[in-house]
Design a binder for this molecule. Structure first.
Ligand code: ZN
Length: 266
């Protein structure tokens, strides 16, 4: 049914306000499926509404760590939303140390608490995590902290703890730690304009990898600096095949199968 799958996009963004339904029709005509990712209660609800209106769209609900401030608390309304049958994952959630405003240590503690609540929810309702992890410049600090938390849970929950590291930007050590706990990683259009991640694209077993756009952000070559769209996920898939030196057809098919399998879309 799907020829491509983009596991991470934000189609409710204002960027699509003028032509959202047309864009979604094009995505459907191209046989592309995508998961619309919420970043708070309101956008999570929008993601659900889109997923109910279009059978090639699925939803993911959560609270983005980059929006967590000193005063932030876990929004338990996310739990109600998470039970919707069109919701296939929990997030985006995780740790974001890239821009820490105010009392950085306090914000980190809040982020960790809220992340823990998402992990508990994921385990309770058996839907995988969609991780957003972003470290401070030139470090892997948020990755190290997130993996400490995840590995701790993996010890108790084993393979019940499931998830995908979206927009992978760690190093080899970080990648191996994700793979060791059975987490998949996904790559965006960034791999079409830098070779920085080639090593990780090659190292990750194909059945542990996903394709994504993170639309409307980071459009791949040849659409750079334009509004991104799930329509451009074929460029990411082509590049993955290219970097790995594998057949485009088999990479394309496996990446669709991975999305169906890990997000239980069957
Ligand atoms: Zn996102």
């Amino acid at each position: 049914m799907f020829e491509y799958f983009d596991i991470h996009s934000h189609l409710y963004f204002p960027d699509y306000d003028t032509d959202r339904e047309d864009e979604i029709a094009k995505i459907k005509d191209a046989h592309i499926g995508t998961i619309t990712i919420g970043t708070d209660r309101e956008s999570s609800q929008k993601a659900i509404d889109l997923a109910h209106a279009h059978d090639n769209l699925f939803a993911c609900v959560g609270f983005h760590p980059g929006d967590v401030g000193v005063e932030s608390v876990y929004d338990s309304e996310i739990e109600t939303l998470a039970n919707d049958p069109r919701v296939v994952a929990i997030g985006e959630c995780g740790l974001d140390y890239f821009r820490l405003d105010g009392d950085a240590e306090k914000v980190k503690v809040r982020q960790k608490n809220i992340f823990e609540s998402h992990i508990d929810l994921s385990l309770r309702i058996n839907k995988p995590l969609m991780l957003h992890i972003r470290a401070q410049k030139d470090t892997y600090d948020a990755y190290a902290d997130a993996l400490d938390i995840l590995e701790h849970h993996a010890k108790q929950a084993g393979s019940k703890l499931r998830g995908n590291a979206h927009f992978f930007a760690g190093d080899m050590k970080i990648l191996k730690r994700f793979l060791d706990i059975g987490f998949t990683v996904s790559f965006t259009g960034v791999i079409t304009f830098t070779t920085d991640y080639d090593e990780y694209v090659r190292y990750t077993p194909l059945d542990m990898m996903m394709s994504e756009t993170d639309a409307p952000f980071v459009a791949p070559v040849p659409y750079r600096r334009q509004r991104n769209s799930p329509l451009y996920v074929p460029e990411v898939v082509k590049k993955i095949a290219d970097i790995r030196g594998e057949s485009f057809e088999s990479v394309r098919k496996t990446l669709v199968q991975n999305a169906i399998k890990y997000f239980n879309l069957g």
